[in-house]
Design a protein around this ligand. Sequence first.
Ligand code: ATP
Length: 260
Amino acid sequence: MPETEGDDDVLRVEHVSKRFGAVTALRDINLHLRRGEVLGLLGDNGAGKSTLMKIIAGFQNPDEGRIVVKGEQVSFRDVDHARSLGIDCVYQDLALVNELDVVQNMFLKRELVSRPIPLLARRVMRERTREALERIGINIPRLDVPVARLSGGQRQAIAVARTVTSEADVILLDEPLAAMGAKEGAMILDLVQQLREAGEVSIIMIAHNYVHVLQSCDRVNLIQGGEITFDKPTADTSVEELNEIVVEEYRRARRAAQAG
Ligand SMILES: Nc1ncnc2c1ncn2[C@@H]1O[C@H](COP(=O)(O)OP(=O)(O)OP(=O)(O)O)[C@@H](O)[C@H]1O
């Protein structure tokens, strides 16, 4: 059963559905996120996780249903509109601009300006970029190279650093460990832990690894075939329980396919 929704919800998704032609990617989704909470979103490939994130981030519109941010129903025009309302996203496919350097990407669309000394703004942005990357613990020796020349893990780190320094209220992390080695992945999980302890932002994190979700999140939702089928505090569930639900659903779908 879904957790009780409350006044301290920073975000609510209500009865959201999304179709792509014959494919129903999301079916009557209800999800809520409390202030300061880290919610893990688990689900198999094609379950609908990214579609749901894209709708919450203003990248796509739902066919039905509504999004409520801090008590107000909203209809996002685009990603920038969602961002202006405090929702920021790190996508699986990142959204960095390849030709721009690390500092320019960190401050994309929110550049500091200082007239009459533009160099000063550049110096401050550079300093803040350095600090943000240090906070994650990732060393990128040169900040003035186009990000196209960096590794997948470094690019991922920049995208995460940009989001956590953006003063967003809600951060969406779509598989933040996807391009990471073990060490960098641990750094990102540490960062999520720091943010969770500080309690200033709310996070939805898509992940494939149940252990990571149980360690790093307050609550877990499971999405299967475009529907939320499970919603529990991580303290009240286990890898075994999650595995059992996923395997049971797989068996049910296989029986249905064989029967029909
Ligand atoms: N732009 C699109 N056009 C057509 N179908 C789409 C589109 N985006 C998603 N889908 C379909 O919607 C369903 C859900 O996709 P989605 O990417 O949300 O799943 P996911 O849970 O994020 O999967 P993964 O873990 O593989 O990234 C899939 O069947 C997918 O093929």
